[in-house]
Design a binder for this molecule. Sequence first.
Ligand code: ADP
Ligand code: MG
Length: 364
Amino acid sequence: MLHLVPPTLGPTSLDPSPIPALRPEIEAARLAAVEAYGILDTVAEPAFDRITAMAADLFDAPIALLGFTGHSSVFFKSHHGLAATHAPRGPDPSQPALAPWIRSEFRFDFHASVPLHSADGHEIGMLCVIDRRPRRIEEPQTRGLRALGGIATDLLAMRLTARRVLAQAEMTAREVDHRAMNSLQFVASLLQLQSRASGSSEITQQLRAAANRVLAVARVHRTFSTQKTGGRVPIVAHLRRLCEELSNSADSMIRLEGADEVEVPKEQVLPIGLIVNELATNARKHASDPISITFHKLGEGTYELCVLDEGPGLPKGFDAAAPSGMGLGMKVVNALVAQLQGQLSAHANPVGRGSCFKVTFPVG
Ligand SMILES: Nc1ncnc2c1ncn2[C@@H]1O[C@H](COP(=O)(O)OP(=O)(O)O)[C@@H](O)[C@H]1O
Ligand SMILES: [Mg+2]
């Protein structure tokens, strides 16, 4: 006959908690405590695997599990001697919820476990050892399993601290980007004012171009300040916003057409944004609406960004990648393309009229 651990052979839990009638608000707080660790459904980590290996060794048992109880299942962060990564959970988050599953899966005769608690006292998981053969638990084993449970709890506390430090650092970075955006917008406004005050049309043009470039940098900082980037930014969403803003600010039509979304490293957003700004500004200046921007995947890790217009087309003998003798705009574009480790070329627009500036670059 199957049985849970017979009383003579040792308790099912070394730290048995009374099985409480779960109140929904308590369970919600417990689940929030589990979520705070960001550990559910994550990949295996050697530190936790070492703990289960030692626990199995300590009891000379084939299976040791380190599990965290989520909403509808127990996730095994480490599962020594067992392939399963999840088990259904019962209404109670504590170890006895696992018992029916373990019993039916393993027909076990021995099961010892210690609960794992969050710093604020919620029972978030368990470390347990399972065997088919009944045996008596010795006092050093009890101490050992508790100590291993303590190490797991310490690792979790460090994990929580690291997550909080990271979240704080991200918030600070967003705040810095927000301030940078404000300051750059302020500088752009000053340049605009100065451009209006200038008596020379050449200087007015130059100051407007400078204000436009400063605004382009400000837009990138705004994206960083409003998005939880985690080091990467969905570039098509950024380009779409950029097109809308460029269209509104210059009262022209700049469209983003058919694009393959990809998250690019944060460092690539500034050069991409500034390249689009320069090329779209040129398309407005030297051609006319409509201006379109496309962004496509060429191959694994390689993308192509195009800015197309339907203007008079490129001057004869134009070489986009040889900026000497050209204006500041193409020099800036070449420098930014080099920063992306990409290639720049310019062709006739395939629609038959106008030009097409193409940048291909690797997304790291
Ligand atoms: N979309 C375009 N259509 C036609 N010619 C262009 C286009 N973009 C750039 N050019 C040509 O390239 C030249 C260099 O551009 P740039 O370096 O930005 O300087 P600027 O815009 O100040 O003239 C332009 O003067 C123009 O002749
Ligand atoms: Mg230009």
